[in-house]
Write a protein that binds this ligand. Structure first.
Ligand SMILES: C[S@@+](CC[C@H](N)C(=O)[O-])C[C@H]1O[C@@H](n2cnc3c(N)ncnc32)[C@H](O)[C@@H]1O
Length: 282
C-alpha cells in the first residue's frame, strides 16, 4: 500500500513516517500521544498490532475512527451545503469567504467523521502553504479538494490492526497501559507558541471538536515532554525539528534521563530538519 499522505500542517515528511514504521515493525502495542494527521499511525499499523492514540483535534478522530478503523467510508455530503456556524461567524482563517466558511460549518454540524477528516485536510490545503493562516481558494476549489480527498481516503479504510483513539488531551486522560513502543511527535514551540493552538482552534470548534487545543509555551515544553517520555514502554520513537524551542540538544539531554539513545536520523523538511531518535528505555 502507498504511504498515507494527508494534508496537515506539521505532518512529518515521508522519510520520518517510514522511519517510525520500520522501528515499530515488531511492536504489538504502540502508544501515540500526539496522532495529528494520522500519517505516522498509518505507517506503524499492521495486523496483530494495537495502536492507542490521542489528539485534541476532531479531525484526527475522523481519520482514525472514520477511516482507518471503519469498515466502510460513510459520508453524508452529496453536494455542497451551507450553515452559518462558528467559522462563518468568526471567519477564523484570514480572508476566508462566507461560502467556504459555511460549507465547513455544515460538515461540522451534519457530516460524518470521514467527512470531517476530509474537510479538515481540504481546508488546510486551501490556505497558503497549508499553514491554516491565509485563505487562498473559493468554495468551488474547497469542494473539489474535499471530494478528491474523500476518494483518496477510500484506500485507507479498514486498515489492519486495532485502533483505540481518544479525542482528548493526553495530560488530562493519561495512558494507563504498558506498551512496546511510545511514538512521540509533539507540537513544536516556534518563537512563542505552537501552531495548533494558534491556528487550528477555529476549525476544530467549527467541526464540533470536544477539546480546547492546549497552548504550548516555552515554559511548558520540558515538563510536558518529560511526562510523555515516562509512559511505560520498552522504547521511545521521538520526532523533533530544528530551529524550535527547546533545542535538539535539550531534547537529547531529556531523552537520556529515560534511556539510551541507540539511533538518530535526520530528514530535510522544507527549510528544517526532522530528527528521529530511537531510545531504549532502562
Ligand atoms: C506535530 S503534530 C503530530 C503529527 C503526527 N505525527 C502526524 O503523523 O501527523 C502534534 C499534534 O499534537 C496535538 N496535541 C497538542 N497538545 C496535545 C495534548 N495535550 N494532547 C493530545 N494531543 C495534543 C495537536 O493537535 C497536533 O495534532
Amino acid at each position: 500500500m502507498t504511504q498515507f499522505r494527508h494534508g496537515f500542517t506539521g505532518a512529518v515528511v515521508n522519510g520520518a513516517a517510514e522511519w517510525a514504521g520500520f522501528h515499530a515493525q515488531d511492536a504489538q502495542s504502540i502508544c501515540v500521544p500526539f496522532a495529528g494527521s494520522g500519517k505516522v499511525v498509518a505507517a506503524m499499523s499492521g495486523s496483530g498490532k494495537t495502536i492507542e492514540s490521542w489528539d485534541t483535534q476532531i479531525s484526527t478522530r475522523g481519520t482514525i475512527e472514520g477511516i482507518f478503523g471503519a469498515n466502510k467510508l460513510r459520508s453524508k455530503m452529496r453536494e455542497p451545503k451551507f450553515r452559518k456556524g462558528h467559522m462563518y461567524q468568526t471567519r477564523g482563517i484570514d480572508e476566508i469567504d462566507a461560502a467556504s466558511a459555511g460549507l465547513i460549518d455544515y460538515i461540522g454540524a451534519h457530516g460524518t467523521l470521514a467527512d470531517k477528516a476530509a474537510i479538515a485536510s481540504a481546508t488546510a490545503r486551501c490556505t497558503s502553504m497549508g499553514r491554516m493562516t491565509t485563505w487562498h481558494a473559493d468554495v468551488g476549489e474547497l469542494w473539489t479538494k474535499f471530494e478528491k480527498i474523500r476518494r483518496y481516503l477510500l484506500d485507507y479504510i479498514d486498515m489492519p490492526g486495532e485502533f483505540i483513539h481518544h479525542e482528548a488531551n493526553v495530560y488530562e486522560l493519561p495512558p494507563s497501559g504498558t506498551y512496546d513502543v511510545v511514538q512521540i511527535d509533539p507540537p513544536k514551540v516556534v518563537s512563542t507558541t505552537d501552531i495548533y493552538s494558534a491556528h487550528y482552534q477555529f476549525l476544530n470548534t467549527a467541526l464540533g471538536g470536544a477539546c480546547q487545543i492546549p497552548e504550548w509555551r516555552r515554559r511548558d515544553v520540558l515538563d510536558r515532554l518529560d511526562q510523555v517520555m515516562s509512559i511505560p514502554a520498552q522504547r521511545i520513537l521521538f520526532m523533533y525539528t530544528s530551529d524550535v524551542y527547546p533545542t535538539i540538544d535539550d531534547i537529547r539531554w531529556l531523552l537520556k534521563r529515560h534511556g539510551t539513545i541507540v539511533r538518530e536520523d535526520r530528514f530535510l523538511h522544507r527549510t528544517r530538519y526532522d530528527y528521529c531518535i530511537l531510545v531504549m528505555k532502562e
